[in-house]
Write a protein that binds this ligand. Structure first.
Ligand SMILES: [Zn+2]
Length: 283
């Protein structure tokens, strides 16, 4: 395989990459996998090879390709398509000086992505319908979009989850004032959810306490570092002792204790802290 930058112009009779939008005419002959090439004719350098080199593109092909996102197909690029690969593409377009973004790039395919990609196609000397901003395989492979890193799982990252009741948000805020709370304010955050909805550990830690309280009903206490997270009004406790990982199910939403309907009362206190020592329940 040659390591040099070495363009070839493809025979006009091929162009079969399944794309109607971008008939590849210019391509690398340096070992990059190109699906559309059937016949080729050698030609002089037609394009901005120096530019590619300046942008730090490795054109040696082969080994690095596994780290690159494969061309997802022309049909992938439609309005509203959401994928981390679109963000990764946008970053590469920006790096190539083709970004038209005011904000972002983001994971959703928009008009601005198309405009930016069209600029990239023009930079590659595509014209007309071949520079309409819808990626084709040739320009995609030349852009060398890195594979988006897989989203870390909570367990793998030792990280955190989005909500103690997956898919549910806060329905009664922390420190809301009201006469029906014994301290005159809400000491936690409530997540209304149907009875039986899973409650998960917001961080990796350990269940240090479990009980049944007149006000809080069935409850669990998850200790993470210097803080306790209280899960209250549960209908079921799945884990009552020992270590858990972020995202592990530890109980189910209920309305035990003093509750008007099924919800999780989620409260944070300094480790070992009593009622009234609550702090903002972030994790
Ligand atoms: Zn509450």
């Amino acid at each position: 395989m040659t390591a040099s930058i070495d363009f070839e112009i493809e025979d006009a009779s091929d162009g079969a990459d399944g794309s109607r939008n971008e008939k590849p005419r210019v391509d690398f002959g340096s070992g990059l996998p190109v699906g559309e090439a059937a016949t080729r004719a050698p030609a002089e350098q037609a394009c901005d090879a120096t530019h590619g080199a300046r942008a730090g593109l490795s054109l040696k092909g082969g080994s690095a390709m596994s780290a690159l996102a494969p061309f997802p197909g022309t049909a992938f690029f439609h309005k509203g398509q959401r994928s981390p690969v679109i963000s990764a593409m946008g970053k590469r377009l920006v790096a190539e000086g083709c970004g038209k973004y005011r904000e972002g790039p983001g994971p959703v395919w928009t008009e601005v992505d198309q405009q930016s990609y069209a600029a990239w196609q023009r930079k590659l000397k595509f014209a007309g319908a071949d520079a309409n901003g819808i990626p084709g395989k040739t320009s995609w492979d030349r852009l060398r979009v890195p594979k988006a890193p897989a989203a870390p799982t909570p367990a793998a990252s030792g990280g955190r989850v989005a909500s103690p009741v997956p898919g549910k948000g806060v329905t009664t805020a922390y420190r809301k004032k009201g006469p029906h709370w014994s301290l005159g304010y809400h000491t936690g955050a409530d997540y209304a959810a149907p009875k039986g909805a899973p409650c998960v550990a917001v961080r990796s830690g350990s269940i240090v306490r479990s009980g049944n309280d007149g006000s809080f009903g069935l409850f669990l206490v998850l200790r993470v570092g210097g803080f306790d997270f209280w899960y209250c009004h549960l209908s079921e406790r799945t884990v009552t002792r020992g270590s858990v990982k972020a995202g592990d199910k530890i109980g189910e939403v209920g309305s035990t204790g003093n509750a008007t309907g099924p919800h999780l009362h989620f409260e944070k206190r300094p480790a070992g802290g009593g009622f009234g020592s609550d702090v903002n329940p972030t994790w």
